[in-house]
Design a protein around this ligand. Structure first.
Ligand SMILES: *[C@@H]1O[C@H](CO)[C@@H](O)[C@H](O)[C@H]1NC(C)=O
Ligand SMILES: *[C@@H]1O[C@H](CO)[C@@H](O)[C@H](O)[C@H]1NC(C)=O
Ligand SMILES: *[C@@H]1O[C@H](CO)[C@@H](O)[C@H](O)[C@H]1NC(C)=O
Ligand SMILES: *[C@@H]1O[C@H](CO)[C@@H](O)[C@H](O)[C@H]1NC(C)=O
Ligand SMILES: *[C@@H]1O[C@H](CO)[C@@H](O)[C@H](O)[C@H]1NC(C)=O
Ligand SMILES: *[C@@H]1O[C@H](CO)[C@@H](O)[C@H](O)[C@H]1NC(C)=O
Length: 378
């Protein structure tokens, strides 16, 4: 189909000049109010958050779903008892909720003590994007949301109570933090080039999730990139032939390159969605940059051993042993978790999560660089 005037051939220099002038125009023009111009939330409305993801933001969903008896020292630094979070305290999502002045998100599957008036957490530890129909893939989490929404609106239409009404769903912030387990699983089985070639179907799932939510009326999105996989003690403790893959901070290059490559395509996807969904705002935050900075500049943040777990086994250099991991009876636990980035080899300590959350809230790692607390203007 002809989409406009026929193209005239252009020299490379002419093309470059055009690209440059367009780029300069983009810099000098005021940002349009619609596309990525800001969140949609009625001023004064109560902030509502729906979260989707893996253990990075699971506030107790997997423990509830599987009836896992999570034992101390989980939760010791803040809640003073295990909550189902894989952490000594609060997760990044908890700090974000604090910033919005709302209570922590209750897991969708938690039968007792849940309060969904500020939103729902669908994140489940271990979740991936693919395969899409297994428990608790991103697609399944989105279907759970659809069920929750349809049921809520149905109850309200019958004159009954539901924690969130139609306006709440429309104004809500939809946060997604997933992909780490997909990238990790690929790296365990394939060489780097083949790993990167497998990203498009993963991205397609994230795109599908956002579009499904969008077509259902969601307008505010916040999407996290994946973290510095190559700095996780669990990865570093895998036996290797030699240290040629270690970078200047002692992290595994191959894992980190894959994380960076994944984030590059995820960031582009968010750009593309911002263009396509003109009345929606999709903020992308580069969690790799935030989490790698923690390791590279650990002394600045008060961390002693950036590549060692607090809760694990075996001592330096990583204090990680798969058969004696944090939830096993033989694990040892450090005295002061605030000196460690890694809690259990895979998940960060509360101290590290607090700094990661500050990075997200700063907007310095986000595009568009909207302030998180611009959402609902708290
Ligand atoms: C936070 O919310 C509580 C009630 O939930 C309210 O009393 C308090 O004023 C709020 N704080 C801010 C800073 O908005
Ligand atoms: C649920 O949380 C909201 C907001 O924090 C609060 O107003 C409400 O009282 C809570 N409901 C219950 C049953 O605790
Ligand atoms: C959202 O999805 C539900 C069912 O999944 C559908 O009934 C409803 O019409 C959708 N809402 C919008 C605004 O598309
Ligand atoms: C280190 O191991 C990699 C494969 O893991 C190999 O390609 C490389 O040649 C090795 N380097 C040395 C110096 O042995
Ligand atoms: C470490 O901190 C310095 C100074 O703030 C900063 O310029 C640099 O980018 C940081 N390193 C990483 C890997 O983030
Ligand atoms: C854990 O400790 C017990 C008692 O010290 C020992 O019998 C068992 O083999 C240990 N298990 C592992 C996996 O180290």
């Amino acid at each position: 189909m002809d989409r406009g005037p026929s193209r005239s051939p252009m020299s490379a220099a002419g093309l470059w000049a055009l690209v440059l002038s367009l780029a300069l125009m983009a810099l000098s023009l005021p940002r349009p109010a619609s596309a990525a111009g800001g969140f949609r939330c009625r001023p004064g409305a109560r902030p509502v958050v729906f979260n989707f993801g893996d253990s990075n933001s699971d506030t107790g969903g997997m423990a509830a779903a599987k009836g896992w008896h999570i034992t101390p020292p989980e939760g010791r630094a803040f809640f003073h008892h295990p909550t189902g979070r894989f952490c000594d305290g609060r997760l990044v999502i908890d700090f974000l909720c604090e910033r919005l002045n709302i209570t922590y998100l209750s897991p969708y599957l938690k039968a007792f003590g849940s309060n969904y008036s500020n939103g729902v957490n669908f994140a489940i530890a271990g979740s991936t994007t693919l395969p899409r129909d297994v428990l608790f893939a991103l697609h399944v989490q989105v279907q759970e949301f659809m069920f929750f929404k349809a049921r809520s609106l149905e109850l309200i239409s019958q004159g009954q109570q539901a924690p969130i009404d139609a306006e709440g769903f429309e104004n809500a912030l939809y946060t997604i933090d997933i992909g780490q387990n997909d990238v990790n699983a690929l790296l365990s089985n394939l060489p780097y080039d083949q790993v990167v070639a497998k990203f498009p179907p993963i991205l397609a799932e994230i795109k599908d999730a956002v579009q499904t939510l969008y077509f259902n009326g969601s307008r505010n999105f916040w999407i996290h990139g994946t973290g510095a996989l190559g700095c996780l003690p669990q990865k570093l403790a895998i036996p290797r032939k030699n240290d040629s893959d270690l970078d200047q901070n002692g992290c595994l290059n191959t894992y980190n390159r894959a994380a960076v490559a994944f984030n590059a395509v995820l960031g582009s996807l968010c750009d593309q969605l911002n263009v396509q969904m003109k009345d929606a705002t999709i903020v992308y935050t580069d969690l790799f940059a935030i989490k790698y900075d923690l390791v590279a500049n650990h002394t600045k943040y008060g961390f002693d051993s950036p590549l060692m777990t607090c809760c694990g086994y075996g001592g330096p250099p990583y204090n990680y042993d798969l058969s004696r991991s944090c939830q096993s009876p033989n694990a040892t636990v450090c005295a002061d978790g605030s000196k460690f980035i890694s809690w259990d080899g895979v998940h960060l300590t509360e101290a590290a999560n607090a700094i990661v959350a500050a990075g997200i809230l700063s907007s310095a790692y986000s595009k568009p660089n909207l302030k998180f607390d611009q959402f609902c203007k708290v």
